[in-house]
Design a protein around this ligand. Structure first.
Ligand code: CTP
Ligand code: MG
Length: 235
């Protein structure tokens, strides 16, 4: 497989953050004085292979322009082409890149709402996947004991956690393969890129991530993310 030095990057940022229960979509909430999205961009752009980022916004986004993004002028392309689901937003982003992208180019997709991505994990993902025929994702082995609930919210069974991993982002695939996978998949239930690729009968790699790479989803996640970023700076 050819070695690629540059990697296309898509950040889907067209969600409304309904679980966060905030007027402002979570990607624009302030975290250590900067919008969440800015932390996410900074983490990705530190990697030498991630030189340009396609940011997919909702067509009616009224928050992005309230911040100054001029320091990213050379590295950021903004497209207001978000769809009704994360899968649709990523698919629209892939189509937007089509004129400038070869099927064999790597594409890395990372949630706008994961601002605590560490360089070690990003480098590990990029390095481990270079020779991989399919691509893969950052993920962490499930740590807690798992219970399946019945309809009355009582425990029906304990589910073995052996071989179970929690998917994170970034997720990295060859451009042609990922576009085919997302064009083939129904959006329902496709909450990450890997699940669309799996539907083609392929087996993406699991690359060890970090528990620190949280997705801001619920209100309590924001102070936790702030604490994670502080710890990072102290190291
Ligand atoms: N996303 C997107 N387009 C959508 C839905 C989500 O680009 N139609 C993006 C979000 O902006 C986020 C990432 O996908 O960066 C992960 O999605 P999630 O955490 O579910 O964010 P939201 O959909 O915004 O939040 P919620 O599900 O709580 O409404
Ligand atoms: Mg969502």
């Amino acid at each position: 497989m050819q070695q690629s030095t540059e990697c296309r990057v898509i950040i889907p940022a067209a969600g409304s953050g309904s679980r966060m229960q905030s007027e402002v979509p979570k990607q624009y909430l302030l975290l250590a004085g900067k919008p969440v999205l800015q932390h996410t961009l900074d983490a990705l752009l530190q990697h030498p292979a991630m030189r340009r980022v396609l940011l997919v916004l909702a067509p009616d986004d009224s928050h992005f322009d309230r911040f100054d993004w001029s320091t990213y002028a050379k590295s950021l392309v903004v497209a207001r082409i978000g769809g009704d689901s994360r899968a649709a937003s990523v698919r629209n982003g892939l189509r937007y890149l089509q004129p400038h992208t070869a099927d064999s180019d790597w594409v890395l997709v990372h949630d706008a709402a994961r601002p605590c991505l560490g360089q070690a994990e990003l480098q590990r993902l990029f390095a481990e996947l270079q020779p991989h025929p399919v691509g893969g994702i950052l993920a962490v082995p499930v740590a807690d004991t798992l219970k399946r609930a019945d309809s009355a919210q009582h425990i029906e069974a304990t589910v073995s956690r052996a071989h179970l991993w929690q998917a994170q982002t970034p997720q990295m695939f060859r451009y042609g393969l990922l576009l085919r996978a997302l064009q083939n998949a129904a959006d329902e239930g496709v909450t990450d890129e890997a699940s669309a690729v799996e539907q083609l009968g392929l087996h993406p790699a699991l690359v060890m991530g970090s528990a620190r790479n949280i997705k801001i989803t619920l209100p309590g996640d924001l102070p936790f993310a702030e604490w994670i970023l502080q710890q990072k700076e102290m190291r």
